[in-house]
Design a protein around this ligand. Structure first.
Ligand code: 3PG
Length: 212
């Protein structure tokens, strides 16, 4: 199984796309890409989400595109069939992890507690989404976990914003940060793609500076 970090090739941002129809998703994806984003997570929270993944794969093929909010075996299978290159879940259960592993795609399953982390490690998974990052203890929690789960790298999401992403990315056990801050709902509704590109540019800049 390929790891998500190897697919990301050093990319530090994994913004979420939540879209009501495929052309909206493509517009958001293009706006993000123009701002330097190289990977996106399309969340399965709208009825069009799978079609959005397929549309981005065909119209913005250079963008690494995965599916988020995987909550069932069917979600995992459908996301793969739609063309997802990786899968992200907000939660982990043994059955969900088995179903995600069965797709043979790169994975970042969601965890928030040491026990969930231990379960994911038992199943061979060491790149995990830390969700909801801010409410689960944020940067301090990740620091506390680093000595115990030395092989785990995290993708914090949930409450990650332009003003705190650099603190997360400065941690050695964080390989990428995710969230919705680059495509806020109001900008999407206004079709303000230029503003999304601007937020992406600022975020990419901050991300790069945080790693220096
Ligand atoms: C996720 O699916 O990772 C979260 O919804 C992201 O949370 P945010 O909206 O606080 O960025």
């Amino acid at each position: 199984m390929t790891s998500l970090s190897s697919l990301l090739k050093g990319g530090l941002l994994l913004p979420i796309i939540q879209a009501e129809q495929p052309q909206q998703a493509v517009a958001i994806a293009k706006a993000m890409q123009q701002g330097g984003v190289t990977a996106v997570e399309v969340v399965l929270r709208t009825s069009a989400a799978l079609d959005c993944i397929s549309a981005i794969r065909s119209e913005v093929p250079e963008l690494l595109t995965g599916a988020g909010t995987i909550l069932s075996a069917a979600d995992a299978r459908n996301a793969k069939a739609a063309g997802s290159q990786f899968l992200v879940s907000p939660a982990s259960t043994p059955d969900l992890l088995k179903a995600m592993l069965a797709t043979e795609l790169a994975l970042a399953p969601g965890v928030a507690t040491p026990s969930e982390m231990a379960m994911a490690i038992e199943m061979g998974l060491t790149e995990l989404k830390f969700f909801p990052a801010h409410l689960s203890g944020g940067v301090e929690m990740l620091k506390a976990l680093s000595g115990i789960f030395q092989k785990v790298k995290f993708c914090p999401t949930g409450g990650v914003q332009l003003n705190n992403m650099a603190q997360f990315l400065a941690l050695p056990n964080v390989f990428v940060v995710g969230g919705s801050w680059i495509s806020p709902k109001d900008l999407v509704q206004q079709q303000n793609w230029a503003a999304i590109t601007e937020l992406a540019l600022l975020s990419v800049q901050q991300a790069e500076q945080s790693r220096i």
